[in-house]
Design a binder for this molecule. Structure first.
Ligand SMILES: C[S@@+](CC[C@H](N)C(=O)[O-])C[C@H]1O[C@@H](n2cnc3c(N)ncnc32)[C@H](O)[C@@H]1O
Length: 316
C-alpha cells in the first residue's frame, strides 16, 4: 500500500504531489483540503418517468427536502440518511445522486424526440436523467466500454423505468466513425482522475498519479474529438469530469478548439450555483481563451463533489 494511503482518524494523508498541485492551482489548502474530505449533503433527483414531483415531496416531507435552485427536480436533505436505502430509491421514484453530478445533464438540456449519445454512461446516473428529460421519447444511446459496469447501467435504467435507450459496449472513440453527424446532443462524462470525489470515497487515491493524469487526458482528447464528429451540425455536447486537474479539463477542451476552431464553448448560467470560470493557464501554458466559459465547482464553495462542466456547440 502506498504510504500516504494510511489513514488518520479515517481521513487519508493526501499524496504530497496532489497537495502541491492543488497549491499550484491557487487553492488555500487550509480551507480546500478539509472541505474536499468532508462528505457533502445528501441529494436526490425526482424521476419524473415514475413519479409526480409533488407526490414524492409529500412522501419524503419528513426529510425536509430543500430545492437546490438550478434544477427544480433536485433536492438536498439535512442529516446523513443514506438515500440509496430508501424504498423510493428502489422503486425508481427518486435517484440518489450528488448535486454536482446532476449539473452536466441540466446543462445539456435534453429534449423529447431527440437522438442523444451518453458516451461513458455507467452506472447511469446521468443516462437516467437524460431519459427522463426526453420523457422516454426519441433515442438515447447509453454506451460504456467497461463490461463490468454494464450490469449497474442496465439495472439503473430498468429501475428508473427507462424505455427509450439502447445500451452499447464500445470504446467511445468509435462513435465519431460509426455515427458521424448523427446525434442532436452528446454527453461525455469522461473517465478522469476523480479528485473531486474524495469526499465520498478514497478509491480515487488508488489510481491517482501524474502518469494516470497524462494517460487519462490522452483518452479524453480522443473521446472529445469522437463526440464532436458524432454531433449533427447545430448540435450541442457537454464535456464533464469530477476532477480538478487542468490537463483533464481546460487542456481537453483547448485541444478540441485547436482542431476545430469553429466549435463554440458556450457560457453557462445556473441559478443559485456558485461556480468559478475555467483556468486561463497551467504551468506556463496558456489555454484557448474560450475555456473561461467552462464552469468549475469547488468543495469549499459548493456543497457537492468537485466538478468541471463545458457546454460546446457545433455550428449549423
Ligand atoms: C465518470 S464515469 C461515468 C459516470 C456516468 N456518466 C454516470 O453518471 O453514472 C466514466 C465512465 O467512463 C467509462 N470509460 C472509460 N474509458 C472509456 C472509453 N474509452 N469509452 C467509453 N467509456 C469509457 C468507464 O467505464 C466509466 O464507467
Amino acid at each position: 500500500m502506498r504510504s500516504w494511503l494510511s489513514t488518520r482518524r479515517g481521513k487519508p494523508d493526501l499524496p504530497p504531489l496532489m497537495l502541491a498541485r492543488f497549491e499550484e492551482m491557487g487553492f488555500d489548502l487550509s480551507q480546500f483540503v478539509p472541505a474536499l474530505l468532508r462528505p457533502p449533503s445528501q441529494t436526490f433527483r425526482i424521476n419524473t418517468l415514475k413519479a409526480e414531483r409533488e407526490q414524492v415531496l409529500k412522501s419524503l416531507s419528513y426529510l425536509e427536502p430543500e430545492p437546490v435552485g438550478w434544477n427544480d427536480l433536485v433536492f438536498r436533505i439535512k442529516g446523513r440518511l443514506k438515500l440509496g436505502n430508501l424504498l423510493e430509491h428502489f422503486l425508481g421514484l427518486i435517484y440518489a445522486q450528488d448535486s454536482s453530478s446532476t449539473i452536466p445533464v441540466t446543462v445539456l438540456d435534453p429534449q423529447p424526440d431527440e437522438e442523444i449519445l451518453d458516451m461513458a454512461a455507467a452506472p447511469g446516473s446521468k443516462a437516467t436523467q437524460i431519459a427522463a428529460a426526453m420523457r422516454n421519447t426519441g433515442l438515447l444511446v447509453a454506451n460504456d466500454v467497461s463490461p463490468g459496469r454494464i450490469p449497474s447501467l442496465t439495472g439503473n435504467l430498468d429501475r428508473s423505468g427507462v424505455l427509450n435507450t439502447v445500451v452499447t459496449r464500445l470504446p467511445g472513440q468509435a462513435y465519431g466513425h460509426i455515427a458521424a453527424e448523427r446525434f442532436d446532443r452528446v454527453l461525455i462524462d469522461a473517465p478522469c482522475s476523480s479528485e473531486g470525489t474524495l469526499s465520498r470515497s478514497f478509491k480515487a487515491l488508488e489510481i491517482w498519479s501524474k502518469s494516470a493524469i497524462k494517460r487519462l487526458s490522452t483518452t479524453q482528447r480522443k473521446l472529445i474529438m469522437s463526440a464532436y464528429y458524432s454531433l449533427k451540425p447545430g448540435g450541442v455536447m457537454v464535456y464533464s469530469t469530477c476532477t480538478f486537474a487542468p490537463e483533464e479539463n481546460e487542456g481537453t477542451v483547448s485541444y478540441l478548439l485547436e482542431k476545430f476552431p469553429q466549435a463554440r464553448v458556450e457560457s453557462i448560467n445556473l441559478e443559485g450555483l456558485k461556480t468559478q470560470p475555467g483556468f486561463s493557464e497551467w504551468r506556463g501554458e496558456a489555454f484557448n481563451p474560450a475555456v473561461k466559459n467552462i464552469i468549475r465547482l469547488f468543495p469549499h464553495q459548493h456543497d457537492g463533489e468537485g466538478f468541471c462542466v463545458a457546454r460546446i456547440s457545433k455550428p449549423s
